[in-house]
Design a protein around this ligand. Structure first.
Ligand SMILES: NC(=O)c1ccc[n+]([C@@H]2O[C@H](COP(=O)([O-])OP(=O)(O)OC[C@H]3O[C@@H](n4cnc5c(N)ncnc54)[C@H](O)[C@@H]3O)[C@@H](O)[C@H]2O)c1
Length: 425
């Protein structure tokens, strides 16, 4: 085996803690190919705490830093950084780390806006370093299986996909910054996962028509521990209520480049029955996907055959085969379900992201979710926001080129990615 890649974690909040568990999962597997040597966060306490956790989990305490420049100076042979900083800082933290010569694993969404995405992609291009984006949903074995069923023609040609999530009521979802326009609305922060799955299953989106809403004008503190309980240590600092400035619901129609259509609801202000529905329809059948990180089986419906469930689904996906590291972590190359709790599943998927980054660094191959793929996901989310502003369908090309940018322009001006009208930057 090559020398393990020497890696830092930049951003030691909730997701930083989850990433550390992913690294621990990888380090206890035969596929271990990277080693944590430093952690970095301007919030010194968060960095010190993560270093303590790393000591417990990995046996060695990484060096602690408050800024990346000092870290690169002081740590010998540092090759890569994982950037699970909050979304509004990706264009600063990831760009800076790339410019310092590090290969990067950046959390999704790649950046707060398309201009932010471009800044990071350009830094990767000019430094010649690898930029991989941590899009974990598609790595779920059940999503790999659905994609193989579609590719192998189990339901004929792709025609239509429904992706619906509704729930959340008026609770603060994980952290207040997820509810503010200038730091990342929840349909961007969470919805970008769904944008990735829509395009992973069906192909690149061509255009979209959408409406977006800010439905809950006040949100209150409820589940302060966050998914898997990872945010419990910050619970006491959570405000009792907030006044969101960012939209919390998007409703859209998508036309894909291959002619298929999509219907997408990502409503984080849903009351009553909570709904999570993901279905793909083709010219001879349909697939009901179980969703993400739950390991429930995929269901296949084929005209004149009926419902196909359980291991029989595999007969319709001959190409389905997990990569060796995924097969080792999830218990087989062609699994049709799994039975791990959320934290266990979460860390296995994160382990795969680290494994791929280190493999790419050693082999020079490109990661699955490059900057371009991740920017297309951000563009699909913003297509709905920009369409709402423009009151017409917009193409992904218009969004990616910033030809339509009325919604994002205000953010870019505020975060320094664009000079305010009439001013020089
Ligand atoms: N894939 C998933 O399932 C998933 C789940 C949750 C969060 N995320 C993503 O992870 C990212 C982080 O989310 P979170 O919930 O952990 O946020 P958080 O607010 O809990 O933590 C962010 C941390 O980044 C630090 N930080 C900010 N700027 C920095 C900089 N320039 N350098 C170093 N550190 C910096 C902050 O001090 C804080 O400690 C977001 O992009 C979010 O979308 C992904």
């Amino acid at each position: 085996m090559d020398d393990p890649v020497r890696l830092a974690i930049i951003g030691c909040g909730g997701m930083g803690r989850r990433h550390l568990l992913g690294l621990a999962e990888l380090s206890h597997s035969p596929h271990m190919n990277c080693t944590l040597v430093a952690v970095c966060d301007p919030n010194r306490q968060n960095a010190e705490d993560l270093a303590d956790e790393a000591h417990e989990l990995l046996g060695e305490r990484p060096a602690v830093f408050s800024n990346a420049e000092q870290m690169v100076k002081d740590v010998d042979g540092l090759e890569a950084a994982d950037c699970p900083t909050d979304t509004g800082s990706h264009h600063v933290a990831a760009t800076n780390a790339l410019e310092l010569g590090l290969n990067i694993l950046c959390e999704k969404p790649l950046a707060l806006t398309i201009r932010g995405c471009k800044r990071i992609i350009e830094a990767a291009q000019s430094s010649g370093r690898i930029l991989s984006v941590a899009e974990n949903y598609r790595r779920d074995p059940m999503n790999r299986l659905v994609r193989a069923l579609i590719d192998d023609g189990a339901i004929g040609q792709r025609q239509f996909m429904i992706e619906t999530d509704s729930g959340g009521r008026d609770g603060i979802i994980i952290t207040p910054w997820r509810h503010m326009k200038l730091s990342g609305t929840i349909p961007l922060d969470a919805g970008v996962h769904n944008a990735d799955i829509l395009q992973y299953y069906i192909g690149d989106a061509h255009s979209a028509f959408g409406q977006v809403r800010l439905l809950e004008k006040t949100r209150v503190r409820r589940n302060t521990d966050g998914p898997g309980g990872f945010y419990a240590k910050w619970a006491s600092g959570m405000p009792e209520s907030i006044q969101p400035t960012g939209e919390d619901a998007i409703f859209g129609q998508i036309t894909f480049a291959n002619g298929a259509l999509g219907h997408w609801v990502n409503n984080h202000a849903g009351h009553g029955e909570s709904l999570h529905q993901r279905k793909v329809f083709g010219t001879r059948g349909s697939i009901t996907s179980p969703g993400d990180r739950n390991g429930r089986p995929v269901e296949l419906h084929i005209d004149d055959v009926g419902v196909i469930t359980g291991a029989r689904v595999l007969d319709y996906a001959p190409s389905y085969r997990l990569q060796p590291a995924a097969a080792a972590l999830f218990g087989g190359e062609r699994i049709w379900h799994y039975d791990f709790d959320f934290p266990t599943t979460d860390r296995k998927l994160l382990a795969l992201e680290y494994h791929e980054l280190a493999t790419c660094i050693r082999t020079g191959q490109q990661p699955e979710v490059t900057g371009a793929v991740a920017m297309r996901d951000v563009a699909l989310v913003y297509a709905l926001f920009e369409s709402d502003r423009a009151r017409r369908p917009v193409t992904i090309e218009e969004v990616e080129s910033s030809a339509v940018d009325a919604y994002q322009r205000e953010i870019d001006e505020q975060i320094g990615l664009l000079a305010p009208a009439g001013a020089a930057l």
